[in-house]
Design a protein around this ligand. Sequence first.
Ligand code: GLU
Length: 592
Amino acid sequence: MKRSASLAVGLLAAPTLVVSLVAPPATAVAPPKGGPGKQPVAEGYGGAVATVDHDASRAALEVLRKGGNAVDAAVTAAAVLGVTEPYSTGLAGGGFLLYYDARRGKVHTIDGRETAPRRMTATSFQENGAPIPFDEAVTSGLSVGVPGTVATWDLALRRFGTISLRRALEPAIEVATKGFVVDRTFHDQTAQNAERFAAFTSTARLFLPGGRPPRVGSVFRNPDLARTYRELGKHGPRWLYEGRLGEEIVATVKRPPVAPGTTRRVRPGLLERSDLRAYRAVERPPTRVSYRGMDVYGMAPPSSGGSTVGEALNILEALGTVGLHEYLEASRLAFADRNAYVGDPGHVRVPLRELLSDEFAKERACLVGERAMAHPAPAGVPDGDYDPCPGAPSPAPKGVPEQAEGPETTNLVVADRWGNVVAYTSTIEQTGGSGIVVPGRGFLLNNELTDFTFGPAEGDPNLPGPGKRPRSSMAPTIVVAGGRPVLAVGSPGGATIITTVLQILVGRFDLGMTLPDALAAPRASQRNTAQTQAEQGFIDAHGPALTALGHEFATTPEIGAATAVEFLGHGRVRAVAEPARRGGGSALVERP
Ligand code: GLU
């Protein structure tokens, strides 16, 4: 949603990085929002990309044009997003990457989720047997997990890419050096965070120049981040996981640079250098369900994205007829199971196979009637012993009401001319993460560990633990049919990510929408809560009919900011971003 003051082109062809030292005038008149050519839908041939940000999309397209593959372009775009969307994502965050390898017809996934330090326990977010105030966890060292993003980029490029990390960072270095023009979204996100950003000397220095959020239309540069990326390119991921940058991260987490006179309580974190050394991005088998004859691949635990989208699709298929009522009910049931059973599979037993089995879905689908279910829907019992219609289920065995999750994060999708596809969701958790910038380094630390259940909550699969990954909702998704990719999609939005992805799939495959219409359509998110969160447009269009069936709605301004790509046959491809949400995204194709 932000754009560069001057576009980086041709950098990738250069053997070494040449960065212009001539800064654009600070008073530069802002070009039209998004810069020339920013559009939410693009159609054509060759590679395709959709992100929330025009700079990131352009950088990815440039990689594709120069013969790079989807993974090269995805990592390049993600690094640019770390510059232009620094409150949503960055090198000190985490995420999940899905990759469809066209030659082998195989979907791979990389789990780059942050991990809890080894000193973290089930009660680390409690005090005197009660959860600490959520706000105190949000802006703290305590919530900073071991960053997974750099390890993800490195693993993705080594396993599936063709360019080096150093090369993938070049366009981002150029955008960070030359700057981008501040738009309304960036300004407002800064303003919303101004109080807590001011609490840290390093953060205030970077994001509150002169004590205020940068003006809309001004040029924002981040030379510290440019330097950090350059060093990272030079020394590689070890600089973070075993070296100097890691030392600085640990020091910052243990002693956040609290500004003099700050009244808010800032809890230090538990991170040690040994935690960084122990970190690995992990390749995991994807989740897979079949839906309407297609294979829908998603992210396995510790994300609940693949299991929850997959279970809901199975329930919908068991129901046969699919409308918005069924969409809400399937989502409600799948969330009941997600909350009860999904956590880090390295620490809890997640009955993933059963959650994604057709038989379990049939049992769950039995609970869907003509009217909205009583709240809350109990979790099912995914034990392999199913009754097609068991009558009233027993109460939920475990699980607690879900905690609030931040609305930020970002998703990008890329396809290359060979038909390889990436869907990559990355985040630093809340808008502005922990609020803590590592001094002189130009990036914010994540606060991903707030995704744990704080407890006390007996038996909850998502309580914190040493080295554990908090449950995520990120749901990068790739749909394949007959050995060919059909579409890829993902979104930000905390737990609403799951419903956004599900609603887009239902819109596209069941409700007869085009993919651009499915992304633009007003959204509703039912997550086993009494009221369904919905955008006003959804309530206007469908509220009366659904309320008559017993659904209740609470308005929310905006749900998600999806990006997607779809294959139209005969080599034609369509990239799709949001037309309006979060200021609109940027879709591009290699040969329009
Ligand atoms: N931390 C969230 C998750 O993993 C993503 C951040 C957000 O979108 O709020 O589910």
